[in-house]
Design a binder for this molecule. Structure first.
Ligand code: DAH
Length: 367
């Protein structure tokens, strides 16, 4: 590159700019320097503009040098800014204004909701026993939530599940139109918020052949007044086992093992006769109180009864197996359904179910 007035200009500009940058001592000076050199009306920008009038060959050579200089000055600006920052920090430390040995501010960590924790413990127990976990819809058809579980519209057992009906998509049932076959047909198409996880028994059997061993966790909804033991939203886990030769002994053995894993090795289980339309026989399963020897009238957990009811269960009704297309003479099954909040309350000694969804961090942080 031959020496031309413009290369002289660039050389001078470079030297001046470097010196000015070294002299800039704070952020305002750095910014003034950037505007004065690299900015739209800056000295280097002016040089780059003036290249337009040069011979093509000179322009290429001088242009390359000028662009290199711009890159270099931009890098020098960043380095100078960083050095000044470090200097300022060091000055603060020296002046005692900043104590770098102080512990940092910890990030607030979230935690798993107590119901989620208990749900995981429950599902882990069943996973170890070979159950698959599957989920089903919370918005359900009357057909699955009731009809195909042998709970027709005019059946008194419907009173066990107060229901949130959905009227925007499916028609809410018109109770005034009476009961019987017509009402049943109309209700079967109606939508609701599932009142339990049992409808997944039917949905799963519809799609799969035995052997079946599933656990179905999920939210359920009840149109109920809330109190210390009732919420309008609850979490359930449903179990379904179907195979050749499944008996009441399998039901009892599986649930006993589960109870021991959740409440401790010394836990005993008690099956008491009960009624659910989709099982026969139906039972209520209770576990021995883990908080007292079983006869302490002052026990806050069992209130002296010695037993804690934790789920409904039973042998899957043969009509339900047959409706799924199974040979009910050959395969049998058991089912169970439990409330996760209830089990979480027992595990943690919580006396009011409404605490779970009140979103009070003072409660939730304890778990
Ligand atoms: N679905 C019942 C409820 O919500 C609980 C239940 C009882 C489930 C017996 C079952 C069963 O699978 O066999 O109250």
């Amino acid at each position: 590159m031959t020496t031309t007035p413009i290369t002289d200009t660039i050389t001078t500009l470079a030297a001046e700019a470097r010196a000015a940058l070294d002299a800039a001592a704070d952020e305002a000076a750095l910014e003034a320097w950037r505007v004065g050199v690299l900015g739209r009306g800056g000295s280097l920008t002016a040089v780059l503009r003036s290249l337009a009038g040069l011979e093509p060959e000179t322009r290429r050579a001088v242009g390359a040098a000028a662009n290199r200089l711009r890159d270099e000055l931009e890098a020098a600006l960043a380095a100078r800014r960083e050095a000044l920052g470090a200097q300022a920090l060091a000055a603060q430390v020296a002046a005692g204004a900043l104590d770098v040995t102080l512990p940092g501010r910890p990030l607030r960590r979230g935690g798993l909701h107590p119901v989620t924790q208990t749900l995981r413990v429950i599902l882990d127990a069943f996973t170890r026993m070979g159950f698959d976990t599957v989920e089903g819809p919370e918005v359900e058809l009357d057909e699955y939530n009731f009809e195909r579980l042998r709970i027709p519209a005019d059946h008194p057992a419907r009173d066990m599940w107060d229901t949130f009906w959905l009227s925007s998509l499916g028609a809410a049932p018109d109770r005034s139109a009476g009961s019987g076959a017509a009402a049943r047909d109309r209700d079967a198409g109606a939508l609701l918020l599932r009142t339990h996880t049992s409808p997944m028994q039917v949905r799963y059997m519809e799609q799969h052949a035995p052997p079946i061993r599933i656990a179905v966790p999920g939210r359920c909804y009840r149109y109920e007044a809330t109190d210390a033991t009732h919420e309008w939203m609850l979490t359930q886990v449903e179990l379904l086992v179907v195979d050749e030769g499944v008996s009441m002994a399998d039901l009892k053995g599986t649930l006993q093992e589960f109870a021991r894993q959740i409440f401790g090795a010394q836990t005993r289980v008690l099956l008491r006769n009960s009624y659910f339309p989709f099982v026969e026989p139906g039972v209520e399963l209770a576990v021995s109180c883990f908080a007292c020897p079983g006869d302490d009238p002052a026990c806050v957990v069992c209130r002296g009864s010695g037993w804690l009811e934790i789920m409904g269960a039973g042998m899957v009704h043969p009509e339900i197996l047959a409706a799924a297309g199974y040979d009910a003479e050959r395969v049998t099954g058991f089912a169970a359904g439990m409330g996760v909040e209830r089990i979480a309350m027992l595990r943690h000694g919580i006396d009011d179910i409404r605490n779970f969804y009140a979103n009070d961090l003072r409660f939730l942080r304890q778990f």
